[in-house]
Design a protein around this ligand. Structure first.
Ligand SMILES: [Zn+2]
Length: 341
């Protein structure tokens, strides 16, 4: 048994390189290299490092269609090619994607077994845009969705809460659980950018109505608004949902230095968001696992990951943010229809 937080990674995740097909593509191995160099310089913050195993295809098929899994495997084995104008598969990509999803599953397994209460998966390619039947947006398989479903079907979790703070809407995760009441999915994202989904009015459907929380924010949004939404909308809903596992789809592309979007979070903003989620999970004695998504400026990405991990394992109290007058009240009216806020 280990009480140290767990960090999952695998060298295969450094091999996936979309620049082979599209020079200048922002999803570079340097993103992960910068994270690993930064953490290594500080002895991995004394976290326990574990190797991310390859996912079984049956695990991927908890979320994805067998056809999608087969097509990506075959494209990769054939040397690779384009899936869409943003999304590329190379010869090493299938293996990288297996270890990315496998790391998330293995983290969920260790957390559900209470080998640790905190985990971080430093893996790529990222996953939150990958829909059950479609790879897109740099994502091949939906790592966090596969891990959540693995936890529910095979690890005894009854309800999983997923917070997606990547600056882009986590459309793939939303679609995977759109009609489900056993996964609460909350996404904060910049409105008007890729992939264009995630309107406040989209709350899930059928038995899943109310179990999708979409909080689009305007370009230029700063820490105060993001914190306000987490503190006053997302976490009260999660509290009422009463999950037994908390996962964060953690993109760091809402950072002000990020080239792909226009939000203005600081490095410490991610730590501040983390403290809120950590205190929520800790208060209910819930395990909390983080899965890397986007973040395309390597230096600020690496610093933000380090500060997120520090905040996860730290005890500095979260700073309360004032409810944002306009957006929080508009969101509260929508989400408050389903959850006591
Ligand atoms: Zn993103």
């Amino acid at each position: 048994m280990s009480s140290k937080p767990l960090y999952y990674s695998h060298p295969a995740c450094l091999e996936h390189d979309p620049r082979v097909h599209m020079p200048g593509h922002p999803d570079t191995p340097e993103r992960l290299e910068a994270i690993e160099r930064t953490l290594a310089a500080e002895d991995w913050l004394e976290w326990e490092r574990r190797e991310a195993p390859a996912a079984q295809e049956a695990q991927l098929e908890l979320i994805h269609s067998p056809r999608q899994v087969r097509e990506i495997r075959e494209l990769s084995l054939a040397g690779g090619g384009a899936i869409d104008p943003d999304t590329f598969v190379g010869e090493p990509s299938y293996r990288a994607a297996l270890h990315a999803a496998g790391g998330a599953c293995e983290m969920a397994k260790a957390l559900m077994a209470r080998e640790a209460t905190l985990g971080f998966c430093g893996v790529r390619p990222s996953g939150h845009h990958a829909e059950p039947d479609r790879a897109m947006g740099f994502c091949l398989f939906n790592n966090v969705a596969v891990a959540a479903e693995h936890a529910i079907r095979e690890l005894g979790a009854r309800r999983v809460f997923i917070l997606d703070w990547d600056v882009h809407h986590g459309n793939g995760t939303a679609e995977a659980f759109r009609t489900r009441a056993d996964v609460l999915f909350a996404s904060i994202h910049q409105s008007g950018i890729y992939p264009g989904t995630g309107a406040l009015s989209d709350v899930g459907s059928g038995p899943g109505e109310g179990y999708t929380i979409n909080l689009p924010v305007p370009a230029g949004s700063e820490e105060e608004l993001w914190l306000s939404l987490i503190e006053h909308i997302v976490l009260p809903a999660a509290q009422a949902f009463a999950p037994d596992l908390v996962l964060i789809s953690a993109g760091f592309d809402a950072h002000r230095e990020d080239p792909l979007a226009g939000c203005r979070l600081e490095t410490d903003s991610f730590a501040e968001m983390t403290r809120h989620v950590r205190d929520f999970a800790g208060g209910l004695d819930l395990p909390l696992g983080v899965v890397l998504e986007g973040g395309y400026e390597p230096a600020s990405l690496a610093d933000s990951v380090r500060e997120t991990m520090r905040a996860l394992a730290g005890s500095e109290p979260a700073r309360s943010a004032a409810p944002d007058a306009m957006l929080t009240s508009r969101a509260a009216a929508q989400i408050g229809h389903y959850w006591p806020l």
